[in-house]
Design a protein. Structure first.
Length: 311
């Protein structure tokens, strides 16, 4: 590929620009536009210091900036409208809410639980506490996606939606060369070190109502709708299509100028650093809307969000 000529791009050029590195001072972001497993693995998972590991990125931003959301869950109290649903588990003799043991000090912390508490949790309920992790090795949000509760790491700009919109806008505004247009946009984003998995685009969300309600966050997937949600959420068991639809206009607004620029001059490879900034702004906007949805402490699913347009 001749540098500066967008019409000579091929898929191999994107592979060369993919960057899964990380700098210890946090100045590096990596460069990645799709989900993939790390070398030697079959599925994406927690991979320390690997910039494409969205689970690691989500954990890092939580440690750096969002400890108040997750730590000290035992001090947050039970939402008033759920107190009647708290019961004593016959086996563990511990208080539970919708099948989830209520947290004690450190149980749900980002660096928890303590080694002593790990042993206690194993003793109380060995099948639930470790989820296949070797005794003494379980750590919250690191060992797997079920410790300390069932959770997912959510992309504020969903990765599938992101790539689909690039392709659709290229087809719409550059119909005689949509493939070249989409390649040019992706090339410049990777060259400018845009990473769809970077911590600015990630947030850890519980996947069941009880932990979400206690923490004041929405839950990631709808799964089994609560009675009050059934009329508002349709066919959203393992997806958040309604959330995607709400992000769609923001994403199109951010991407469209770059698409149109290519359509008007296909040989020009303009600097897309403003586009990276716009995309990160969309992520930050969606994050604020996610917090707003969770503030009711009802554990609502993400599919019920309707972000307002950025100004």
């Amino acid at each position: 590929m001749a540098e500066g000529n967008a019409m000579h791009l091929v898929e191999a050029d994107l592979v060369k620009l993919h960057d899964d590195s990380w700098t210890k001072d946090g100045s590096g972001t990596g460069a990645c536009l799709t989900a993939h497993a790390p070398p030697g693995r079959l599925i994406p998972e927690y991979n320390k210091d690997h910039s494409c590991s969205y689970r690691w990125q989500a954990h890092q931003v939580s440690l750096d900036q969002r400890q108040h959301l997750y730590n000290d869950a035992h001090t947050k109290g039970i939402p008033e409208h759920w107190k009647k649903r708290v019961y004593i588990d016959k086996k563990t003799q511990g208080e539970c809410l919708m099948g989830v043991p209520l947290p004690q000090a450190g149980d749900w912390d980002l660096n928890g639980p303590s080694p002593v508490r790990q042993v206690e949790l194993q003793r109380l309920n060995p099948k639930r506490s470790l989820h296949g992790v070797t005794s003494g090795m379980a750590k919250n949000f690191v060992s797997n996606a079920q410790w300390p509760y069932f959770f997912n790491c959510h992309h504020m700009i969903p990765k599938g939606l992101f790539n689909r919109v690039i392709d659709e806008l290229a087809q719409e505004h550059c119909p005689d060369a949509p493939t070249e247009c989409a390649l040019a946009i992706r090339f410049r984003l990777l060259k400018g070190k845009y990473n769809i998995h970077h911590k600015v685009n990630m947030v850890m969300l519980p996947n069941t109502p009880a932990p979400a309600g206690i923490l004041g966050l929405p839950r990631h997937l709808t799964r089994k709708p609560q009675p009050s949600e059934k009329k508002l959420v349709q066919n959203e068991f393992r997806s958040h299509q309604q959330y995607d639809n709400s992000v769609l206009p923001l994403l199109k607004k951010a991407l469209l100028p770059a698409i149109k620029a290519f359509a008007s001059d296909r040989c020009k490879m303009e600097d897309l650093s403003p586009l990276k900034a716009k995309l990160e702004s969309v992520s930050e906007h969606c994050y604020s809307q996610i917090l707003q949805l969770g503030s009711s402490r009802e554990g609502k699913p993400l599919a019920m969000i309707t972000p307002k347009k950025s100004k």
